[in-house]
Design a protein. Structure first.
Length: 121
């Protein structure tokens, strides 16, 4: 996955926005409904990576399966992972898995839709 593909995929998710609260190069992808972060990446960095919110149990399994997936860089290590996207070839994390993890991260932080209470009667 290349930086433009990452940006495009993140922004295609419902209510996704891109902000730059830390500096001019670090893209922070949030949901507009509640402002919660689901992905962070310096899209222009030579060491291209993305940090994502992740279920703690899934995080442990992913880190065991892929050496390119590590605890979140400068983030809560229990709830965040960082994926090194700079590698290619047999050892790289597959793009479809990266996309699924971005979607899962978005799902973890997106605003919950409340269902109206049903009246009995």
């Amino acid at each position: 996955m290349i930086p433009d593909e990452l940006r495009e995929f993140c922004l295609a998710l419902p209510q996704a926005t891109e902000t730059f609260p830390f500096d001019e190069s670090t893209s922070v992808f949030k949901t507009s409904g509640n402002g919660k972060i689901f992905a962070l990446s310096d899209l222009g960095a030579s060491a291209f990576s993305v940090s994502l919110k992740c279920d703690p149990d899934e995080s442990v399994a992913l880190r065991s399966a892929y050496p390119q997936i590590t605890p979140g860089y400068h983030l809560n290590k229990k709830h965040w992972i960082t994926i090194d996207l700079g590698g290619a070839g047999a050892g790289a994390v597959p793009d479809d898995l990266v996309e699924q993890l971005i979607t899962d991260s978005h799902r973890l932080v997106r605003p919950k839709v409340r269902r109206p209470a049903q009246s009995s009667g």
